[in-house]
Design a protein around this ligand. Structure first.
Ligand code: 13P
Length: 345
């Protein structure tokens, strides 16, 4: 492991005013996105859509890295240039999703465990050759207060898998994005999200330490502390921001260079407003707070593109708009009135 190099990559991923585009949807997940705009899920359409995103003018001002899927890291643009080269030329760090998805955790009542550790070292070596300098592994947890979820069983099993993945990444000079996602599904309130997030992050950092993961060479990708999507008592932007920062201060060592949130089904505007409020209200944190959004960056350009090359320029404007607003949020300069600046052609 070259910790200096890992730290430099991690710092670049959370450079001021920049964040990460999660474009690592599996073939099954991108199917849902493409079918929402009535576009068939073919390899060519997946390539065209992602090429449209990656070639957006000026996107490198706000996007530091892109998480790719196995198919995408091997794909070439229409003119034959590998998509990875397009990113690298613009100073954007290519990353790769390496987990193989979540399945039912045996012995639990419907909780999940993420697979993909077998053979991971070899896959990381190949991905490094293909240009990846960081990786992502997502653990999926859910809240059901009455049923005691997330259970300690699910927390420990998932935290251990995350730590084993992270240690392997660092051994291969790849920065691990450690993503323990607590889903927004359910009617739990802000406090329940706070409690579950605190238990999760304590367990994750205990396992990371046990597996000798160097905190200076990793990025944490957590959920925000937020009420469940069907909770009647919705928390304000400020409450979400303050609760999230409080739990992170309790759990995340200062040696971690940055924390890049997932959007998790929040609206585009909420995802920007919450990140913006955290940075505006808490300017002197030990780590950078930024974004690693999938849906909250892609929903607008996906809709504007609609599978038509003639819409690409307009879709790119929409993508740049969301990236810029999230970049401002990462600097604490987001304002809701900026949402009006984008007008679709
Ligand atoms: P969302 O921002 O859509 O939650 O996706 C981020 C991600 O990478 C989930 O693993």
């Amino acid at each position: 492991m070259n910790l200096k190099e890992l730290n430099q990559i991690a710092e670049a991923m959370v450079a001021p005013g920049k964040g990460i585009l999660a474009a690592d949807e599996s073939t099954g997940t991108i199917e849902k996105r493409l079918s929402s705009i009535n576009v068939p899920n073919t390899e060519e359409n997946r390539r065209d859509y992602r090429e449209m995103l990656f070639t957006t003018p000026e996107i490198e001002k706000y996007i530091s890295g892109v998480i790719l899927y196995d198919e995408t890291i091997r794909q070439k643009a229409k003119d034959g240039t590998p998509l990875v080269e397009i990113l690298k030329k613009r100073g954007i760090v290519p990353g790769i999703k390496v987990d193989k998805g979540a399945v039912e955790l045996p012995g639990s009542s419907g909780e999940k465990i993420t697979e993909g550790l077998d053979g991971l070292r070899k896959r990381l070596q190949e991905y490094h050759q293909l240009g990846a300098r960081f990786a992502k592994w997502r653990a999926v947890l859910s809240i059901d207060v009455a049923a005691g979820k997330p259970s300690r069983h699910a927390l420990v099993a998932n935290a251990e898998a995350l730590a084993r993945y992270a240690a392997l990444c660092q051994a291969e000079n790849i920065v691990p994005i450690v993503e323990p996602e607590i889903l927004m599904d359910g009617d739990h309130d802000l406090q329940a999200s706070f409690n579950a997030t605190e238990r999760t992050l304590h367990t994750v950092f205990e396992q990371l330490a046990l597996h000798n993961v160097a905190f200076e060479g990793m990025i944490l990708k957590p959920n925000m502390v937020i009420h469940g999507e069907s909770c009647k008592k919705t928390a304000s932007v400020e409450e979400v921001a303050d609760a999230t920062v409080q739990v992170l201060l309790r759990c995340v060592p200062a040696a971690v260079p940055g924390i890049a949130f997932l959007s998790g089904g929040q609206s585009d505007e909420d995802a920007s407003a919450h990140l913006g409020a955290m940075n505006a209200r808490h300017p002197n944190l030990p780590w950078k707070l930024t974004f690693s959004y999938g849906r909250a960056l892609q929903a607008l350009p996906l809709k504007l593109w609609g599978g038509k090359a003639s819409n690409a320029a307009n879709a790119q404007k929409g993508f740049l708009h969301r990236a810029r607003l999230n970049g401002l949020a990462a600097s604490g300069k987001y304002e809701a009135k900026l949402e009006q600046e984008f007008k679709a052609a």
